[in-house]
Design a protein around this ligand. Structure first.
Ligand code: AMP
Length: 295
């Protein structure tokens, strides 16, 4: 059994812990989370543990990434349980700051990625969300000064936004993507799955089922984006407990919209299931089969 991690509340305590690790020549990893840790988060932590000699997990329900009237207040919080789980994943330090530590009273500085990456998918539905995420990650990267930071592909757009911020600002951290961890029926693990009733939980699996079906059609040769997205819509809309918000096929790097599947793409969807807004995505490759010979 791993030792219990050190738990700290302030940036200066984190810097002191990291400085001690650096003095011993250790590499440093960071796993940023909102807490309510589940197997998805633990997979990120174990990956960080494998690749870095000192690993910090941050647990902070970041108010600036929640729109007013959404689930900031009721977002699940369980620091004690989280610290225990972080210990089982071999974390060295848990950084669990209060809001005033991350946002000193009177602060007025934000980091905002602009342009196509934030103007599609979740961007228009969650104004200021990515600004909040980029701002808190910039602060965490500065406080921890990690060599590598780990992000889940489940939040695919977030991953691209953070990677862009890191490039644009020359931040000295490597962003490591980690594949989505799923329940046996395919539902992506999410802290928000706790909001689901038993019936809703069962219905929620339709999200991945629909994305997987479209991916199979792409693998079988379907190239038309409207047909692929139409398949996702049709399957999700047949489930009365699930209200689709969007389903889209986009370039996996730039998130540019695609009429045809002619490159690596992401098929992404968001839907409300009861009180929970859930997102999911699958990566889809363009065909590698040779084109038919001209006759
Ligand atoms: P959150 O606490 O939901 O903000 O998630 C913290 C980190 O864990 C983010 O990088 C997420 O993308 C990642 N994450 C959340 N759920 C999963 C999952 N099911 N599989 C892989 N990574 C995940």
């Amino acid at each position: 059994m791993a030792n219990a991690p050190e738990v700290v509340r302030t940036a200066s305590e984190v810097r002191a812990g990291v400085a001690r690790a650096r003095a011993q020549g250790k590499s440093v990893g960071l796993v940023p989370t909102l807490g309510a840790l589940h197997e998805g988060h633990l997979t990120l932590m174990r990956r960080a543990r494998e690749e870095c000699e000192y690993v910090v997990v941050s647990i902070f329900v970041n108010p600036t990434q929640f729109a007013p009237g959404t689930d900031f207040e009721r977002y699940p919080r369980d620091l004690e349980g989280d610290v225990e789980k972080a210990g089982t994943a071999g974390m060295d330090l848990v950084f669990a700051p209060g809001v005033e530590e991350m946002y000193p009273p009177g602060d007025s500085t934000f980091v905002e990625v602009t342009g196509p990456l934030v103007e599609c998918l979740c961007g228009p539905h969650r104004p200021a969300h990515f600004r909040g995420v980029a701002t808190v990650c910039a602060k965490l990267f500065d406080i921890v000064a990690a060599d590598k930071a780990y992000f889940g592909e489940k939040d695919y757009q977030q991953l691209l936004v953070i990677a862009k911020m890191v490039r644009d600002l020359h931040l000295p951290v490597e962003i490591v993507p980690v594949p989505t961890v799923r329940e046996p029926d395919g539902l992506a693990l999410s802290s928000r799955n706790r909001y689901l009733s038993a019936e809703e939980r069962e219905a929620a699996a339709v999200l991945y089922r629909a994305l997987s079906e479209a991916k199979s059609r792409a693998e079988a040769g379907e190239r038309d984006a409207a047909a692929l997205v139409g398949a996702v819509r049709e399957i999700i809309e047949a489930e009365p407990l699930v209200k689709l918000q969007y389903a889209e096929l986009r370039d996996a790097k730039t998130l540019k919209t695609l009429g045809r599947l002619d490159r690596r793409a992401v098929l992404a969807a968001a839907a409300f299931v009861g009180k929970a807004r859930l997102i999911d995505n699958v990566l889809v490759e363009a065909a590698t089969s040779p084109s038919a010979p001209e006759v």
